[in-house]
Ligand binder design. Structure first.
Ligand code: SAM
Length: 283
């Protein structure tokens, strides 16, 4: 009898995955954690009933939330990742030779430990990398008291519920802004606008009240279903946001990084928004 994992992100629509086998399951201090195997997507991490990352398509999300801001910045040395417990974001960020340190603030130690143990292909290498400074803490508390400055801050959080809710507030974004170097860039995991329009609209309002240059860019991640996934962008430097395709290509070539999704053409094209998302952004 086929067993299915039914995602419970939305009450009226849902995606489901055949469960080949449950690899690990526990109620951690913060959330319900499941790692299971699917014949198509490989190993899948779900938290509180929501698909977080899969071996099959994690590269799309992790490449777009790292290479776009880091290549746009051009001289990023210090990176802060809030969340990111599977290690994929840190893995991609540390591929940049100019990046000297990645501070990753993950609230749930179990996510790190179980992803290293049961989905090593995503981020196990990252946790061995000397550039990584892993902090187990609430990201909101961390930035509230942080005295360090970062060139790029990446919010690789769960959705705005449970422990992730605080990572979508204006107060949190304001604290992040204070932790940015001059011209630094904040990027956020900002959901699927077709099914989560308020998430984009709210973030747009909050970022616009804090940054001179606010934008969203898009990526197509199959297991974040419902069309494009949106990534929020906040910076006081307009220069970074508008690097021409030739410059993106030059920087990407110089990085020597091999990607499976990111391209310089996409770097520029991903900021082009469909009308309905432009309207959500305009508020
Ligand atoms: N790719 C996923 C997405 O787009 O929803 C995110 C994956 S990553 C596993 C999300 C991480 O955020 C989880 O490991 C979770 O424990 C962490 N997280 C949630 N709330 C947090 C908080 N307040 N501070 C730090 N980490 C948090």
């Amino acid at each position: 009898m086929t067993e299915w994992y039914n995602e419970t992100l939305y009450p009226e629509v849902a995606q489901r995955f055949v469960i080949k086998n449950i690899v690990f399951r526990e109620r951690t201090e913060h959330q319900d954690l499941v790692i299971f195997e699917n014949p198509v997507m490989g190993r899948i991490l779900a938290l509180d009933g929501i698909i977080q990352t899969t071996e099959g398509d994690e590269f799309i999300y992790h490449e777009m939330l790292t290479h776009v801001p880091i290549l746009a910045h051009g001289k990023a040395k210090e990176i802060l990742i809030i969340g990111g417990g599977d290690g994929g974001m840190a893995r991609e960020a540390m591929k940049h030779r100019g990046v000297e340190r990645v501070t990753m603030v993950e609230i749930d130690r179990s996510v790190v430990d179980m992803c290293v143990k049961y989905i090593p292909s995503i981020g196990a290498e990252a946790f061995k990398n000397k550039k990584l400074n892993l902090v187990i803490d609430d990201g909101a508390a961390f930035v509230k008291h942080c005295k360090d400055k970062f060139d790029v801050i990446i919010i690789d959080s769960t959705d705005p519920q449970g422990p992730g809710a605080v990572l979508f507030t204006r107060e949190f974004y304001a604290d992040c802004k204070r932790c940015l170097t001059k011209g630094g860039i904040l990027v956020t995991q900002n959901g699927v606008p077709f099914f989560q329009p308020d998430e984009l609209g709210n973030t747009a309002k909050r970022l616009k009240s804090l940054f001179k240059n606010t934008a969203f860019y898009l990526g197509a991640v199959p297991t974040y279903y419902g069309g494009f996934m949106a990534f929020g962008w906040g910076s006081d430097s307009a220069v970074h946001r508008d690097i021409p395709i030739k410059e993106a290509a030059t920087r990407f070539k110089a990085s020597g990084i091999a990607t499976r999704y990111y391209t310089p053409e996409l770097h520029v094209g991903c900021f082009a928004l469909p009308r309905f998302i432009q309207k959500l952004m305009a508020g």
